[in-house]
Design a protein around this ligand. Structure first.
Ligand SMILES: [Cu+2]
Length: 703
């Protein structure tokens, strides 16, 4: 069972609240002119000088201008590491060697920046983290040996606090350490991505700016980062290092990717080939974790890969504005005016172009839908600037019980049935709809002005008053979701998020045995710290189960910051038992559809399916929690009944919303636990040094 806790979203909230105390980092233009530009590294060049099995490397600290939005764009003064005599770099210079190499590293902490605390400069695997403290002006010699292949990293800080507390001018001090098996040449097309995050810049006028964190991949924010290009059918190999203060649920559009290894920086665990490896569309990488992934693009077009915390992938405000005292308060009219001007994504987004292997002969064709769905996107009459209230109305179902939920209605689709959704945008703002997890053509995937292919052209934004028809044929049965992909945090919190269940041909959806549990935040910002909506309502509706009968629980997280959401099905005071069925809409192999303790972290953009059989007379409840903070968001009552009295339709009247809490109450709720150290599960040493990646990876069946 995967069981890791998460602080991400909650920490984000807190960190943003605290950032006003840290102050902004503003330079006069004269000061900025004296600083060098920091070089953005794509981790293609190994640092140091290799002599046989010894690598000699000399690093030093410095401060430069970090132009995360592009060479010609303004940026903040930021600390970085560089090789002595070379430019400062973000990420820090990469160490990449064959297993068994001795590292002779000197680091000079230039005077004036305070003590430097370096982590990760030790043998691998390592039994635990050791910090090397380097005084201002001091140069330290550190020797270590990298004996086991894997993905590791080092990171620096100006304090001895954990990575979760590093968010200021030292937040970009992190570099990859990659150890290759002896005799295996690094694949020139493999990518190594270091995630970092910066929070210190944002002036908050003493009140929370919830949308402030800037999270980047290899030092650059979309769209200033390098676009990746592959050919249809070519294996894509990526290594990920999360050296940032938050956890990130990494999400790929259009395809499943395979998780080949997972590490904590000390050791790296390579999963055995075959059934042990997860095929996912979203994988959470916790603070300090690493993963390696492989996927095969089987559909040409433009695709994106991004963090599914929408605050990490939607437009950050212009740098000058962030640095300004006039930065608008969140949910103020000025904030929405600024937001309305931002249509682009930013931060943790990668763009991937997949070229057709047939070249210009490629012809996309998705059949017209046999199944036709009509979808209106609109603001509700209650919508205000302070609390945007948006909704999907499907097939013009305007019964009050359907409209009262702050989440889209369930779409039940059929595997292999050509489907088309006619989307009409009746809002005053642009939108797009993304069919999350469903393998389809890029043009219909909902990434406006980036998705598409040379034959169909670029996917449009859906402008106010305009419409768009999305066509796809779901190739597998499972649990998926649909949601906005425009100004995503705000539109999603407004209510533009809904569940999809794809059934096998001939199956009929039975709401008495099939239970969707969609988690989203409250619409009202003031309530978001303490209210979790389940299927768009709070308190959640009870789930009725018949003793001895198989019930399917389908968990979907479309929250906008709770990356550590964990479902815990309790029997009395202990965990009940359930059987794992699927992750992200893809059935687990039979050997892994095992019975296990009923506890599962479901990060944003993930879905998990479980089968649950209640005992007669059993007393159950389903808690939606964040274990890292001992936080129980909400409890879903489970009622064991002889025969279901539950409604035959999914739409029920909403519960009464509780009174709003202000942000100070929210802070008080979060404060006691924010420093809790992350749980790191023990990672066994790498079993074998043979070929870190297999030569070829398994093609994905598209049934
Ligand atoms: Cu993220």
């Amino acid at each position: 069972m995967r069981l890791r806790s998460s602080a991400a979203g909650v920490f984000l909230t807190l960190a943003v609240l605290l950032s006003s105390a840290l102050g902004a980092y503003q330079l006069s233009s004269a000061e900025a002119a004296d600083l060098p530009n920091i070089r953005i590294s794509d981790n293609r060049h190994a640092a140091g000088k290799l002599d046989g099995r010894t690598l000699t490397l000399a690093l030093e600290t410095g401060t430069g201008i970090w132009r995360f939005d592009g060479d010609d764009k303004p940026g903040p003064a930021m600390q970085a590491l560089g090789e002595v005599g070379g430019p400062l770099q973000i990420p820090s210079p990469m160490i990449r060697v064959a297993a068994g190499t001795e590292i002779r590293l000197s680091i000079r902490n230039k005077e004036g920046d305070g003590a430097l605390y370096m982590h990760g400069l030790y043998d691998r695997p390592a039994p635990g983290d050791t910090i090397v403290q380097i005084a201002p002006g001091e140069t330290k010699q550190i020797n270590f040996r990298l004996s086991t292949p894997g993905t590791y990293y080092c990171w620096g800080s100006r304090s001895d606090k954990p990575m979760t507390a590093r968010m200021g001018a030292d937040s970009q001090l992190a570099g990859a350490i990659v150890v290759d098996p002896v005799g295996v040449k690094p694949d020139p097309k493999e990518e190594i991505f270091v995630i970092t995050e910066w929070l210190d810049a944002y002036r908050t006028n003493g009140a929370p700016v919830f949308s402030a964190a800037l999270a980047v991949i290899n030092g650059r924010s979309w769209p200033a980062n390098r676009k990746l290009e592959y050919t249809e059918g070519e294996a894509v190999k990526w290594r990920w290092i999360n050296a940032s203060m938050e956890d990130h649920p990494l999400h790929l559009h259009g395809f499943y990717f395979r998780v080949d290894s997972r590490g904590d920086g000390l050791a790296d665990k390579l999963y055995p080939v075959g059934n042990e490896r997860d095929w996912v569309v979203t994988e959470q990488v916790m603070t300090g974790e690493t993963i390696t992934t492989t996927w095969i693009p089987t559909q040409p077009g433009n695709w994106i890969f991004h963090c599914h915390n929408p605050y990490h992938m939607r437009q950050h405000f212009p740098f000058e504005m962030l640095q300004s005292k006039a930065f608008p308060l969140r949910a103020s009219p000025e904030f929405f005016t600024a937001l309305a001007a931002t249509r682009e994504m930013a931060g943790m987004v990668l763009g991937v172009t997949v070229k057709p292997k047939d070249g210009p002969r490629y012809n996309p064709r998705t059949p017209d839908g046999r199944r036709k769905i009509d979808m209106t996107v609109e603001a509700t009459p209650e919508s205000t600037d302070q609390v945007p209230s948006l909704r999907y109305v499907v097939d013009n179902n305007r019964r009050p019980e359907a409209l009262s939920r702050a989440a889209g209605p369930l779409l039940v689709l059929t595997q292999n049935e050509p489907t088309q959704v006619h989307i009409r945008n009746q809002m005053k703002q642009m939108t797009t709809v993304h069919w999350h997890g469903i393998e389809l053509e890029s043009y219909f995937d909902g990434v406006g002005e980036f998705g598409g292919d040379p034959k169909r052209g670029q996917s449009p934004m859906i402008h106010p008053g305009h419409d768009f028809t999305a066509k796809f044929t779901p190739p597998r049965a499972g649990t998926f979701m649909y949601h906005t992909h425009m100004v995503e945090a705000e539109q999603s919190e407004g209510g533009l998020a809904g569940p999809i269940v794809v059934l096998k041909p001939g199956e009929k959806f039975d709401p008495n045995r099939d239970h969707v549990i969609l988690a989203t935040p409250a619409r009202n910002f003031a309530e978001q710290g303490r209210i979790l909506l389940v299927n768009g309502v709070n308190p959640p509706e009870p789930i009725e189960v018949v003793a001895g009968q198989k019930h399917r629980l389908r968990f979907i997280n479309l929250h906008t910051f709770e990356t550590g959401l964990t479902a815990e099905l309790k029997e009395g005071s202990t965990f009940a038992v359930w059987r794992a069925l699927a992750k992200d809409g893809r059935d687990l192999p039979a050997s892994r559809q095992t019975h296990r303790a009923a506890r599962q972290m479901v990060s944003i953009g993930e879905t998990f399916d479980f089968e649950f059989v209640a005992k007669a007379g059993g007393e159950y409840k389903l808690e939606m929690t964040n274990p890292r903070f001992n936080k129980v968001w909400t409890t879903i009552p489970i009622r064991v009944v002889a025969s279901p009295t539950r409604r035959a339709e999914l739409i029920q009247p909403t519960g009464t919303p509780p009174a709003a809490a202000d942000w100070k109450t929210k802070l008080a709720l979060l404060l006691p636990s924010w420093t809790t150290k992350a749980e790191v599960s023990p990672v066994p040493p790498l079993p074998s040094a043979d070929g870190f990646f297999e030569a070829a990876c398994l093609p994905q069946p598209r049934s």
